[in-house]
Write a protein that binds this ligand. Sequence first.
Ligand SMILES: [Cu+2]
Length: 335
Amino acid sequence: MKYSAIFLAALACCPAVQAADHDQHQQHHTHLTSSPAGVMADHVHAKGSWMFSYTWMHMRMDGMRDGTSGVSDGKVLKKYMVTPENMDTDMHMFGAMYAVNDDFTLMAMAPWIKKSMQHKTRMGKRFTTGSEGVGDVKLSGIYALSNRGNHQVLVNFGVSAPSGDINEKDNTPAMKNARLPYPMQLGSGTWDLLPGLTWTLSRGAHSWGAQTQGTVRLGDNDNNYSFGDRIEVSGWGAYRFLPSWSASLRLKGQAWGDVDGNDRQLNKNVVPTADNDLQGGQRIDFLAGVNFYAPAGVFSGNRLALEGGIPVYENLDGPQMSTDWMLTANWQMVF
Ligand SMILES: [Cu+2]
């Protein structure tokens, strides 16, 4: 009682504290975090509240790599008939979150994916293949082991359903309607487990977070293979430089395995993307982002976030396509 009286007295006479309290109240009310745009499932919501989100992700891949060094087209074409030159991936992800109670939030995510890959043949001819459609739908639960406003420890567990197509086809110079190689498919074809752990801390205008997430494939898909398991570890810091704006820096490391088994409609001697043993790797990305929170009023509860990054380390079972840069834009709306 005594402390709260002192606190109230301080509130009444100090505009700075009032502002800070208002800020905290607003953030608490809306549960919009200062985590970067590319970080998902990093928070829980207050009982009964909903969040809807839309995320657009773009990834550009350019050139080939074996281990940590680049490999020229010419070198790849000495062994293979075809080499990929570059690839663009766009993902439009629609998400919904619902808080069953203050410590447990459900999350669903449905992606629409578009991929395009440009190739060069040994004869010097160029061609492009594409795929587009629904990806794997993910359902998860996020449970707060510790949930004290400015400090949270969350455990995530989810499943990824095989809703994305693994029979994508397109025309190549050698064949009409050819089965596209592993990186061009839209889903894994398997049910996957998605365990994760998230830690976040905020102190005034500063906030920090760390997250690890796994993807564990269950069994083989209908085309006789499974994608490699994946682990991601991410750490970030953010700073609120204006009441409605924050900026973030993040390092994200990930490792993923080769394809286990192989799609019998693919010929691994033609192009390296069709070789199940040339799919695994490790990568560390450096990312910078900015978040905007709509001030109180009609748009209160809305957050817009943008994050872009480049790899600073890449080690691939190659020759395999090398990542050039990535960009994520995200809109969140809390009710
Ligand atoms: Cu949310």
